[in-house]
Design a protein around this ligand. Structure first.
Ligand SMILES: [Zn+2]
Length: 133
């Protein structure tokens, strides 16, 4: 049931591990048609080095769809944002891809936890089936 360590489970359409991010998915998300599902994505990650406050604020300026927050625990950050994608794994790969694409913000990171919830079109499945993974 819980196969979250399975490489195939985490693979985006470009064959990248969603937890390491995919720049192609990130770029795809911005170019998707409005009928492609919208996902609310959250990614918790640790950074090898502390991210300066200024860089945290810059994230919002770079992509108004994204917010980067520092959590109270040291070196743990939360990136949230909306992404259009056919699948939750693609939405996660795209959000992490934003980090890869912005190496000046965070150079070395490790994704700890992800969540993707489809917010549009309105899902007709039970809530538990909408949370990914
Ligand atoms: Zn991809």
């Amino acid at each position: 049931m819980n196969n979250r360590d399975d490489a195939a489970f985490w693979a985006c359409p470009h064959g990248q591990d969603a937890r390491r991010g995919c720049v192609a998915c990130y770029e795809d998300a911005a170019a998707q048609e409005p009928e492609v599902p919208m996902w609310d994505v959250a990614v918790w990650f640790t950074s090898r080095r502390p991210i300066p406050i200024k860089a945290l604020k810059d994230v919002h300026r770079h992509g108004s769809r994204f917010l980067l927050d520092k959590l109270s625990a040291p070196y743990i950050y939360l990136l949230t944002g909306h992404a259009r994608a056919d699948q939750g794994v693609q939405a996660v790969a795209g959000l992490v891809g934003f980090l890869v694409h912005n190496r000046h913000v965070v150079d070395e990171f490790s994704v700890q936890e992800t969540r993707a919830v489809r917010i549009s079109p309105s899902p007709d499945t039970p809530v538990t089936d909408r949370v990914w993974p």
